[in-house]
Design a protein around this ligand. Sequence first.
Ligand SMILES: [Mg+2]
Length: 422
Amino acid sequence: MAVFGSFSAVRAVPWLWRRAAYAAAGLRGLCPGKGYAVGPAQSPPAFGFLLDIDGVLVRGHRVIPAALDAFRRLLNAQGQLRVPVVFVTNAGNILQDSKAQELSALLGFKVEPDQVILSHSPMKLFSQYHGKRMLVSGQGPLVQNARALGFKNVLTVDELRAAFPVLDMVDLQRRPKSTPLPRNDFPAIEGVLLLGEPVRWETSLQLIMDVLLSHGNPGTGVATAPYPHLPVLASNMDLLWMAEAKMPRFGHGTFLLCLETIYHKVTGRELRYEGLMGKPSILTYQYAEDLIRQQAERRGWAAPIEKLYAVGDNPMSDVYGANLFHRYLQMTQHDRAKELGAGELWKQRPSAAQSCASILVCTGVYSPEAPGCTEPAQGGEEPPFHGHRDFSFSPGLIEASHIVNDVDEAVQLVFHKEGWAS
Ligand SMILES: [Mg+2]
């Protein structure tokens, strides 16, 4: 079936994606009968899905109708998934359980918390830091999230500010009215967790810098900044995201950019991450593959899951990430170890997956109807690279394996490729 558009011939620039999205808009009705027939003797699946949430399954708080159609295909008569599915989102200021409940209500079947991967979920793997005293930055259920990830001894930026009121001086209204006594009973901080965008950025930027420059003792003065600095784990590097406003909003990637820039300007050195996770990091895809494998084992499916299909609406995170992981899977063990800059424990982890295909849908960021699709700049210049500093731009990595209208067509495409009845 040649109706599913391939992006191989499309140059990797957003306005061409948009043009391709328009071109693909006539592809509806691939399975007009919609019988959802299940083969009588279906063999165990050797493939699994990584589904993005926003722009693929939901928009705001509303489910995208194609998602309901897709799950009618994915569920058997008993309401169980026919193939392993995980939900991979870059959201982070929410609890995993809450996200699973939200998805269950929207999709009409029970989504288990361990099917949901938030941007910081792979921090569960960094057990060497779970017992350390960590400063945590973000908002929402911050401490609950850190504890759920395994961190037993965390301190928020607000708690640090309360311990050292003289550190936060930008807002004149929040400066201390008197000089507090110096304290020497403060246990040193041993690392920093950046879970998502905080509020009052000037406070968080200042106090995180203070912790890094003082090696965890912000009450002391330090002549020379220690380097390497304390370990920093960060998640969600999205520079921008689309909300109700006509223009994109700052994401956590913008906060990280500020912190990296300040650190470099002040010390002359690069801020280094012990772990940088969330899409498009390889670590997140490794983590997703592991959850898919566990899901298949629980269901008693003997066949190894060799093919992964990642469905998303954002070329810069979903397509780039899936293609990066695919490239990683094609490497030798030796090259894989070199490719990974973080996640020591996972460097040598065997992977059953042979491939990871990227499928771009048009119901989110690159929907023709949605605001925010980038137009070509005057003179045909390519738009600026919005990816993170540690992820270099490579046009090949943002070319999707396939482009379809919506997630239902994505499931049909995969079932067709795998010889499954849809
Ligand atoms: Mg999305």
